[in-house]
Ligand binder design. Structure first.
Ligand code: AHR
Length: 498
């Protein structure tokens, strides 16, 4: 065999929070307008029926909105109330989008977003404006969404068509505040965070029925997060304002050589994707070292591929490929390994932008290969992650002999008596024979079912409206040899075995 995977079925890591399969949508390019909202195939409320259907089928657990950098300059009151009264604004960060969409119409606002979440059965995650906004504005947003009393803001929500509070649980206080969210130092952001959390968190939890969870923005690397958390600890009078999660973003992409298949750069990109592991460890390390009295979860609220051809000029659009989907599988395996610290992640972005799962044109919407990976990994959601050992061949990077790509990756979870194993052949050149040993499982009396993605496509295969169905899963032949499952995985494929 080329790779041997041992699943330690009794070595629990932790529950895989369903929110780890979350998504992110921003007012950027064609993500919201033309993606989620209005087009030739819009329903009577303005949502794209075809996109809503694909999203609902995937049962996405949480959706972050309205940005991204857009959130750092968004004033939520612009996007509520009668459509004709909503102001038209410049889109400060993404104004370079497709020619007919350079400005923000505010047609899609809080009620449209939250009602979309209700339709597709997903938990909303709202990102408040700490860059150019105020604690008052953020606290008012919470009141508009969540308060059931007799105030002007709660009444405004009712007038706008939603009698009951939405009960939004996840509130981000800021986005990339070290960059587009105000170029702040960690100490400066910590002071802002304390101010916002006082009004948004402490008071809101006293006043509203729904408990909310607050999310602070962190950075790649240990140092920034350590300084932020140390400053947070400096709060006076012993006031414990809420800080439930700390986030970071991790993007990676291929090189500029986009016209021909170049497997060396694919290897490099996959190694960069796997750097996710290091980022999670560093952030969890900073939390453990400094925030000892708090229980803070790690969130990766933007992640995925960002290739050189995705620029602000084209609304960050790039092709949907098998390579991207492979990287998503590798990263989802990493997330399973870190289920003891991860509370949520959000792939960027849901529709049309970056490593979107769904792509649209005027008339139709279709699933990308990455959508198929999320679908294949869905049985992990809510299950107990268990440890896996992977004995795999590796390949050195062509330009850096100190770094190598493990050619096979895997993770596993257990739910009642069922074990689910996902295995990825990250080698874009050659097939791999894999052996899977499930400790403590009697394979003679077990029913084994297995599916395989992308067997008929190379890593650089691109999806479009006409070929999207070719990327669906097919049955995988698995043979049983005493206590081991054996299967052949063609180059650049992903398998799910239960
Ligand atoms: O997802 C695109 C952008 O990437 C987001 O607006 C920003 O937060 C990040 O830099």
């Amino acid at each position: 065999a080329n790779a041997r995977i041992t699943v330690h079925t009794a070595a629990d890591i932790d529950r895989i929070e369903p929110e780890v399969h979350g998504h992110f949508s921003e007012h950027l390019g064609r993500c919201v307008y033309e993606g989620l909202w209005t087009s030739d195939s819009a329903d009577e409320d303005g949502y794209r029926e075809d996109v809503v259907e694909l999203l609902a089928d995937l049962e996405i657990p949480v959706l972050r909105w309205p940005g991204g950098c857009f959130a750092d300059d968004y004033h939520w009151e612009d996007g509520v109330g009668p459509q004709e009264d909503r102001p038209r604004r410049r889109n400060l960060f993404w104004a370079q989008g497709p020619e007919d969409l350079p400005e923000e119409s505010n047609a899609f606002g809080t009620d449209e977003f939250l009602q979309l979440c209700e339709r597709i059965g997903t938990e909303p995650y709202l990102a408040a404006n700490v860059g150019s906004g105020s604690p008052q504005e953020a606290a008012n947003w919470v009141e508009y969404c969540n308060y059931d009393g007799d105030t002007e803001l709660a009444d405004r929500r009712r007038e706008n068509g939603h009698e009951e509070p939405y009960g939004v649980k996840y509130w981000g206080l800021g986005n990339e505040n070290w960059g587009c969210g105000g170029q702040m130092s960690p100490e400066q952001y910590a002071r802002e965070y304390r101010r916002y959390a006082t009004y948004v968190g402490t008071q809101s939890n006293l006043m509203f029925d729904h408990d909310i969870e607050l999310i602070a923005c962190g950075f790649e690397g240990h140092e920034w997060n350590r300084r932020f958390l140390e400053e947070i600890n400096q709060s006076r009078w012993g006031v414990e304002f809420p800080l439930d999660h700390l986030t970071l973003h991790h993007y990676y992409g291929r090189g500029m050589n986009i016209d021909e298949a170049d497997e060396d750069q694919y290897d490099r990109m996959l190694v960069e994707a796997l750097e996710m592991e290091r980022h999670i460890e560093r952030m969890a390390g900073a939390i453990n070292a400094v925030a000892t009295t708090r229980d803070i979860g790690v969130i990766i609220d933007e992640w995925g591929t960002w290739h050189p051809e995705a620029t602000a000029d084209n609304g960050l659009e790039q092709p949907g490929t098998v390579l991207d989907a492979l990287s998503a599988a590798a990263v989802l395996d990493v997330f399973n390994h870190y289920s003891d610290v991860l509370t949520m992640t959000n792939i960027a972005q849901t529709v049309n932008v970056l490593q979107c799962l769904i792509e649209t044109d005027e008339d139709e919407a279709w699933a990308r290969p990455t959508y198929r990976v999320f679908d294949l990994y869905a049985p992990h959601k809510g299950s107990e992650a268990v440890q896996t050992s992977v004995d795999t061949p590796t390949r050195e990077l062509d330009d850096d002999e100190d770094r190598e790509l493990p050619l096979v990756g895997a993770s596993a979870s257990v739910d009642d008596d069922e074990t689910y194993v996902t295995v990825t052949n990250l080698d874009c050149r050659e097939e791999k024979t894999i052996e899977v040993a499930l400790e403590g499982v009697d394979l003679d009396s077990a029913t084994v079912e297995a599916e395989l993605l992308f067997a008929d496509h190379d890593a650089d295969a691109e999806v479009d409206a006409d070929n999207a169905e070719e990327f669906t899963a097919e049955e995988l032949d698995v043979s049983v040899d005493s206590d081991t499952l054996i299967a052949e995985l063609p180059a650049s494929t992903v398998a799910g075995i239960s």
